[in-house]
Design a protein. Structure first.
Length: 141
């Protein structure tokens, strides 16, 4: 197996195990990691059109729509039609704002456990590497 094949296999395996672990922890609190990503984005960036949210998170429109429907059913977000009736703006509900600190603590603890023993230098190198791969991936068509 080529070194690049090993690198991408490891990258995929790592992201899967991270998501699986966070899902197990957040599921006890009523959400999944993909939903957490949506909630944190809206919390950080503010209300936004569904299409902008999908684009920002690099999620296909159908997939984000499914997650938003689930979040809406749970009472964590609500969507309002914009000037274009096909476009909806996504907002956090009071329920999600109240639960946010609990979810945030779970996610923070999970990240801390994943990074135990890694130096600031290693973290910076890893971040730069992933950023470069991400940038290159955006240009591949």
């Amino acid at each position: 197996m080529e070194k690049t094949d090993e690198l991408f296999r490891q990258l995929y395996q790592t992201t899967r195990v991270i998501s699986k672990g966070l899902n197990q922890m957040l599921q006890k609190h009523g959400i999944y990691s993909s939903e957490w990503t949506i909630i944190t984005t809206i919390k950080d960036k503010g209300e936004m059109p569904q299409a902008v949210l999908a684009n920002y998170l690099n999620i296909e429109p159908a997939a984000i729509s499914k997650s938003l429907i689930n979040l809406e059913r749970k009472g964590f977000i609500w969507r309002r039609e914009g000037t274009d009736k096909r476009e909806k703006t996504v907002f956090l509900t009071e329920a999600s704002l109240q639960l946010y600190p609990q979810w945030e603590e779970v996610a923070r603890w999970h990240r801390q456990q994943l990074l135990i023993g890694l130096s600031e230098e290693k973290l910076n190198e890893t971040y730069e590497l992933l950023q470069a791969i991400f940038t290159n991936a955006q240009h591949v068509k």
